[in-house]
Design a protein. Structure first.
Length: 328
């Protein structure tokens, strides 16, 4: 059996601080048409796709901050994306900064949506793992202030049955956490979409800068393999307002293999015919959760947040060589 969903991963190159949304939407529409021409059922764009990645700057003027957020989806500037979806009969997912009024207050989330081939929003996800810091590190030219500008997502990790499969979403830093994929895997996710904005350099903790591309793929490949799901990772790439963002957008098979990968750090579409039934192999064997998971042994994962190493030195359970001389 085959259940093919042809996916386009639409990597975006840089977007300037003052570039209007209409210019970005134009680029996105061009890629959507190219995706349709390449036979895609679904196109996936990056995190915060509609503007520059503004959390790099410390800002205090709330009006300036809010200018990077969408108050409605679709709004007048994003409506053409939905209209083109409907016209072409293609699904899409993209990330944006969301401003909403909930529980009687204004709230800010780093959000992505899933839109089906009839241009209906069928899924929404608000980023849960917010990286960076909330304090002003003005000694660095570029900061990472997601903890200042966004609240932790309050919708959990959802999965939706749509477009012939079970689809999940997460956003950027979420991809580094095995819990993300496992919660989606436990809902039977067969294809996980995620966008990212990942700098090649973290000025306040540069120790792993040289491994940024490796870690990007490592976490998506392991998430795909361990949960037997397709993973579509899509970058905002290139030199954007002084931030050097990695590319490496890719489509990962349930085997953990990268089957398509971008080769530039500009607008670039990569596509692959994803057979969702491939995800079934390991869901029914190695990673047959019903047969092989042992949740009674996993309590710490939800009961505890920080690591708690043993307080005491280990005591011997047995001393088979008691009395013999140990080497210094
Ligand atoms: N956007 C995003 O989540 N980026 C982070 C980099 C954070 S650097 C402090 C990532 O995990 O790729």
């Amino acid at each position: 059996m085959t259940r093919i969903v042809t996916v386009g991963a639409a990597q975006l190159g840089p977007t300037g601080r003052h570039e209007p949304r209409s210019a970005v939407v134009k680029r996105m529409l061009e890629m959507m048409r190219a995706a349709k021409a390449a036979g895609c059922d679904l196109i996936v764009y990056p995190e915060v796709a509609l503007t520059t990645f503004f959390p790099r700057w410390w800002m205090e003027d709330q009006a300036e901050i809010d200018s990077f957020f969408e108050r409605e989806m679709p709004g007048p500037e994003t409506l053409p994306l939905f209209e083109e979806c409907l016209k072409l009969g293609i699904g899409m997912s993209f990330g944006y900064a969301e401003l909403t009024e909930e529980e009687g207050r204004i709230r800010h989330f780093n959000t992505s949506i899933l839109v089906d081939k009839k241009a209906r929003i069928v899924g929404k996800y608000r980023k849960i793992h917010l990286p960076g810091h909330a304090d002003n590190r003005s000694q660095f030219e570029l900061q990472h202030l997601e903890k200042r500008y966004f609240e932790t997502g309050n919708l959990g990790f959802g999965a939706w049955r749509t477009m012939g499969g079970v689809m999940g979403m997460c956003i950027c830093n979420d991809r580094r956490w095995p819990e993300t994929y496992r919660v989606l895997g436990l809902q039977g996710a067969e294809l996980i979409m995620l966008g990212y904005n990942t700098p090649t350099n973290i000025p306040w903790e540069p120790i792993y800068d040289h491994l940024t591309d490796f870690h990007n793929h490592l976490c998506m490949q392991s998430g795909a393999y361990q949960n037997s799901t397709w993973v579509v990772g899509v970058a905002k790439a290139g030199l954007e307002e002084g931030s050097d963002f990695i590319g490496g957008s890719c489509i990962v098979a349930p085997s953990g293999e990268i089957v398509a990968m971008a080769s530039t750090r500009a607008d670039e579409l990569i596509t692959f015919r994803c057979d969702l039934d491939l995800a079934r192999h390991n869901k029914e064997t190695m990673f047959n959760f019903a047969l092989n998971r042992e949740p009674q042994a996993y309590g710490r994962i939800v009961e505890q947040k920080a690591a708690e190493p043993p307080a005491e030195e280990a005591q011997p359970i047995a001393e088979p060589l008691a009395g013999k001389q140990a080497a210094e």
